[in-house]
Ligand binder design. Structure first.
Ligand code: FNR
Length: 389
């Protein structure tokens, strides 16, 4: 990753996507349609949870130590018994075609090139099979929006397993989309429908259900198919903790629950036999006025960190953010909006640039702080600041 740094610092190479995390969103706004921009940059309500995510990072400060032998750095991490070269993961993000025609297949390809696990969303505009092919030998996990119908769930999970997805991430916080003013004001739902959710639409069990209920193929009445899919996945109170047994029946690999924001739920995840959790508030896109994700990470790690693998997302923008989340006990850190902006600016190559910058920044920050190895990350490198954030 040093290459990115040296190119800029010593060869005067101007990057094709800004390296400034604070300018990325504004740059992407120039390339995206107003509705695509609203979809990625917006959040729930007045976006107070998005602010809380950033404030939570700013509240922690790194305390660098000098004259430490940090070379060679070891940035690897082990999650679910598998060693990855760095602790970065690609957060699941739906409908990537609205940002660029490179969409999920392009993202899976560059993720494999960077050896960063690609977490594929159930709301993808590419099918499971297409993403697997683009990902090749790259590490890949599958994120589930959990259908009510067990047959459809089993069919989707079977396809994911058959196509080399090694871990399952079950998103719990989106059983209904939230009150998102920017999307509501831009009338986004018909717009998203136009993109085609290729996971259910290409699924034999879902297609059979649509045929049974409407007498038509999915392609003959996509609006009706969407309505059936929405009922399957976006149902308030549709599943409870005991239903996790159904998922276990159809998935024998590791399962991580995404959207955990309190100790009580983290402990339930352990009780119900899960292998991991993703501490996340969906990037402030679901509950407005909620606690910043990083705020709750330490207490959750304290309660369950020795029993299951804890991953983190929501608000990660810089290498220092990655260091902070690791020092507070995360085994892996997922990146969301930043690479989506890169995808909007210059397709998959833009997204790859953004991910490379975050990796390079992380690499630099680990060395300059004297930490060196991910294994050394713990709270002793941090101080909770009383200075204004
Ligand atoms: C998301 N996220 C998301 N999560 C998920 O489990 N399935 C999905 O399909 C999506 N789709 C999605 C679309 C867009 C445009 C965004 C920005 C986010 C949430 C995502 O996985 C992650 O939790 C957040 O992006 C983390 O917040 P930051 O760091 O991006 O602010």
């Amino acid at each position: 990753m040093a290459e990115t740094y040296y190119k800029g610092m010593f060869h005067g190479t101007i990057p094709t996507v800004t390296t400034d995390p604070n300018s990325l969103e504004a740059e992407a706004k120039k390339y995206l349609s107003s509705r695509s921009y609203a979809y990625v940059a917006g959040g729930a309500g007045e976006r107070a949870t998005m602010d809380a995510n950033r404030s939570a990072f700013r509240a922690w400060k790194i305390v660098p130590r000098m004259l430490r032998d940090t070379q060679p750095q070891d940035l690897s991490t082990t999650v679910f018994g598998v060693k990855y070269p760095h602790p970065l993961f690609i957060s699941p993000v739906g409908v990537q075609q609205i940002f660029h025609d490179d969409k999920e297949t392009g993202m899976a390809q560059i993720a494999a090139e960077l050896e960063v696990p690609y977490i594929m969303s159930t709301a993808s505009t590419s099918s499971i099979e297409e993403v697997a092919q683009a990902s090749g030998n790259g590490p890949r996990w599958y994120q589930l929006y959990w259908p009510q119908d067990e047959e459809i769930t089993a069919s989707i999970l079977g396809r994911a397993k058959k196509n080399g997805f090694t871990a399952l991430v079950v998103t719990l916080d989106t059983f209904s989309l939230s009150w998102r003013p920017w999307d509501l004001d831009s009338g986004y739902l018909p717009f998203l429908k136009g993109q085609g959710n290729q996971v259910p639409f290409s699924d034999p069990a879902f297609r059979a259900k649509v045929k049974k209920l409407t007498g038509k193929e999915v392609e003959e009445d996509t609006l009706a198919a969407y309505a059936i899919w929405a009922k399957e996945t976006f149902t308030m109170g549709g599943h409870t903790w005991d239903d996790l047994a159904v998922l276990r029946k159809h998935w024998d690999g590791p399962i991580a629950l995404k959207g955990i924001q309190c100790v009580e739920d983290a402990e339930l995840a352990v009780k119900y036999g899960m292998q991991g959790i993703v501490v996340s508030n969906h990037g402030g896109r679901q509950v407005d006025g909620a606690v910043g994700s990083l705020e709750v990470l330490p207490e959750i790690v304290e309660a369950v960190g020795d029993k299951i693998d804890v991953l983190f997302d929501s608000g990660v923008r810089t290498g220092a953010d990655v260091v902070k989340a690791l020092c507070l006990g995360a085994k892996g850190v997922c990146i969301g909006r930043p690479w989506v902006y890169g995808l909007g600016i210059r397709g998959k190559e833009g997204a790859k640039e953004v991910l490379k910058y975050i990796l390079a920044d992380f690499d630099q920050t680990m060395g300059l702080s004297g930490i060196g190895s991910v294994k050394n990350c713990d709270k002793t490198w941090l101080r909770r600041s009383t200075a204004p954030t």
